[in-house]
Design a binder for this molecule. Sequence first.
Ligand code: NAD
Ligand code: DAU
Length: 358
Amino acid sequence: MPDTFTPCSVLVTGGAGFIGSNFIHHFLEGNPAARVVNLDLLTYAGNLENLKGVEADPRYSFIKGDVCDTDLVADTLRRERIDAVVHFAAESHVDRSIAGPEVFVRTNVLGTQVLLEESRKHWRAKGGDDFRFLQVSTDEVYGSLGPDGFFTESTPLAANSPYSASKAGADLLVRAYHETYGFPTLTTRCSNNYGPYQFPEKLIPLMIHNILSERPLPVYGDGLNVRDWLHVKDHSRAVETVLKRGVPGGVYNIGGNNERRNIDIVNLVCDLLDRKRGRAPGENRKLITFVADRPGHDRRYAIDASKMRSELGWEPSYTFAKGIEETVDWYLANQEWVRKVTSGAYRDYYEKMYGDRP
Ligand code: NAD
Ligand code: DAU
């Protein structure tokens, strides 16, 4: 399937986070003629350690800054001759949004508005040349499923957490900029990612981290909530595919058709680490602790990604068995990274959530 757009100078926002950094590694490797400018505020979730290996690449540059900073965004777009924006920057953790929603509205809604408006002006000033604005969104904007069915691109938005409401608000602004101004936007909505560089507040790396430090493994509610897991490298490839081949104005669901109950994920991680560390089978499972449920906890997510397959030719390449094993190995080999990112602000948050320090 041929590409319809070849970006030369890409502004990646949030490129020091989990998915953004994986995307930058992937994109620079596969696009030797392209440049990437990474705009990231380096919040607790952003870490330049994630970009070791590309820092010396002359096609890569980093700007520490806020997507809500109108002047900085306008100046960067102009100075760097940006022809594509891939917008990952966000507050991304549901539990944090329940504890404090305001920063989610600021970064996720206002930040997207600033980027859209400054990108639109920049695009217009360039004479409406080829340009793309890709909004990296989430399946959580669709709300929660019962035992059957899948989210499609036409499922109505029904966000349930402050995080997902802020992402849905941003998605509607993106839609409005296409409908109102003809601005060439794209929106991707992906399911739960896992893989290297994920901050250990999210389910899989938190469980690995707690097992390695012999801490309780907090499972919310009955542990039977279902998520649809995709390896971050498959997500990165999907975002690149949408950027190059997506139809402006389009929405694309991305997922691995890989539904798992939370308790099954936790058991699997426990068993893998028992095996890898020479422990007796069942040893790590003793750390599992059922705790109070997350308020408004969505029961089930499941993505219908058939549009990605049929229209853009994208398919996931990782099996979950391979991806989870590689991920556990990555965390075992990168304990120093974990030590660094779990310092500072994260310690305070962890203490508030779990009553002790990591
Ligand atoms: P993350 O929390 O790991 O990283 C977010 C990054 O954004 C960090 O580097 C942070 O420093 C940066 N950032 C935060 N506020 C900023 C601001 N005001 N200005 C500039 N930079 C700022 O997030 P992630 O898990 O990598 O998610 C990236 C994107 O993908 C988000 O938009 C998220 O909604 C979406 N998404 C995530 C998943 C998932 O499973 N993690 C799934 C689907 C979609
Ligand atoms: O679906 C995509 C979304 O996936 C992204 O938009 C979000 O940015 C990302 O954080 C993720 O949201 P979730 O809330 O699904 O991910 P999290 O890892 O926080 O939780 C996964 C499931 O595990 C969820 O049902 C809650 C449960 N959970 C989570 C934690 C952190 C636990 O049972 N215990 C825990 O300690």
